[in-house]
Each structure stands twice: as structure tokens, then as C-alpha cells.
Write a protein that binds this ligand. Structure first.
Ligand code: SF4
Length: 214
């Protein structure tokens, strides 16, 4: 059984997969408390759902791309089993993880989108740096959410220190919603010379920042 907040079909809003139709399985609970978190509603509640039932709901939604997200999708041990089942059934599986839980043991067929928390999140000390060693250059992505210039300078230093341009399929730079001027961030990125990708959260522009289940 897994604690599940919601299962729905929408448009992938972030990463290099943005814009693709996608089924989302949003698991309940997260051990982190990022100050700008946009999914606090996943911290509690949810329903206990069997993996069979989740698979049935995913199948009924009829989309080959499935993202397992949260909350923190790897915080529940059974999350790893669900991911394996989805891969076994031939789904293209994305995992959006906050970077605190180890990705060790994760099904190698799944594609990881790994957050690296910056200082303004308040959770930077909890990054599990060993996760960077498991990145696969052909498929995994890393994401920095930037709330201010200090976060951007931090992201730059981490990208260079860990050679993330070579180790990840993509390095995503995402503005913290409502906290940073988009033109400032775009200017810093454009002038950096780094092989990174600025991304906006597509779903928030389409449906608004407060709408759940989209
Ligand atoms: S890791 Fe994600 S879900 Fe957890 S507190 Fe941070 S932003 Fe929210």
C-alpha cells in the first residue's frame, strides 16, 4: 500500500519533457520543508491505495508517460516497487525527487529529475550528494529552484564543482514562483556560458499557481 494524494492526467509542466501529455501519480508526504514549497497539501492526508489499484488507475488514464512525484516519491519504500511495476508494464517513467532520499536501488529504467536544494529553500544542508554519482548522462536531469541571486551563484558553483553539464542529460534552472524577476534570471543564465536550460512551470501559467491536480 502507498499513501497517495492524487492521480491525474495533464501536461508535463517541467523538465525537458515539458508539454508532453503525462499521467501523474502524486504520493503523500515529504521529509523536507522548503520555504517556497508549492505542494504543501501533500504533507498530510492522502489515501492508502494498493499498487494494483494505482496500476489500474494509471492504465485507465491511457498515457504512456507517467511521472511519480510528491511530496517526496521515494520517501515511502513501496514507491520503489511501484516504479518497478510501471517500468515492467512498459511505461516511460519519470521520477521527480527532492534530493534528500537516496536514489540507490531505483529501477534503472526510470528517468530521474533530481532537485538540488539551494540556500533560500532552507533545506540545502539536506542534499544527498551521493545521488549525483548515480546520474546517467543520457537520461537523468537535475533541477535548481532559484529564489535570489545567491541561489543562482550557488547553483553555478555546484554545476561546475560536480561537472553536471557532462553528468546529466539536462541541467534545469527554475525560478521560485513569484520570488524572483524572470528577466534577471534569464540574463544571468544567458551570460553564464553554462549549458543549462531555464524552465518555467508550464502548468502554473496554464491553470494558475494554486490549482491542484493539473
Ligand atoms: S522537497 Fe518538494 S515537496 Fe518536499 S518540501 Fe521541498 S518542494 Fe515541497
Amino acid at each position: 500500500m502507498l499513501r497517495v494524494t492524487e492521480i491525474f492526467r495533464s501536461i508535463q509542466g517541467e523538465s525537458t519533457h515539458a508539454g508532453r501529455p503525462c499521467t501523474f501519480v502524486r504520493l503523500t508526504g515529504c521529509p523536507m520543508r522548503c520555504v517556497w514549497c508549492d505542494s504543501e497539501y501533500t504533507f498530510t492526508g492522502g489515501e492508502h491505495v494498493s499498487i494494483e489499484s494505482i496500476m489500474g488507475q494509471v492504465h485507465a488514464l491511457g498515457c504512456n508517460l507517467v511521472e511519480v512525484t510528491g511530496g517526496e516519491p521515494l520517501a515511502q519504500k513501496q514507491g520503489f516497487t511501484l516504479i518497478e511495476r510501471l517500468c515492467d508494464e512498459g511505461y516511460e517513467v519519470l521520477i521527480e525527487t527532492g534530493g534528500y532520499v537516496s536514489t540507490e536501488g531505483l529501477d534503472a529504467r526510470a528517468k530521474v529529475i533530481l532537485d538540488i536544494k539551494c540556500p533560500a529553500s532552507g533545506e540545502e544542508p539536506r542534499n544527498d550528494w551521493s545521488n549525483l554519482e548515480r546520474l546517467r548522462a543520457g537520461k537523468d536531469e537535475v533541477k535548481f529552484v532559484i529564489a535570489d541571486e545567491n541561489d543562482w551563484l550557488y547553483a553555478k558553483s555546484v554545476i561546475e564543482k560536480y561537472d553536471l553539464q557532462a553528468r546529466a542529460h539536462a541541467v534545469l534552472i527554475s525560478p521560485a514562483w513569484g520570488l524572483i524577476n524572470l528577466q534577471d534570471l534569464a540574463t544571468w543564465i544567458a551570460g553564464s556560458g553554462l549549458k543549462v536550460r531555464m524552465q518555467l512551470q508550464l502548468h502554473k501559467y496554464i491553470w494558475g499557481p494554486e490549482v491542484k491536480g493539473v
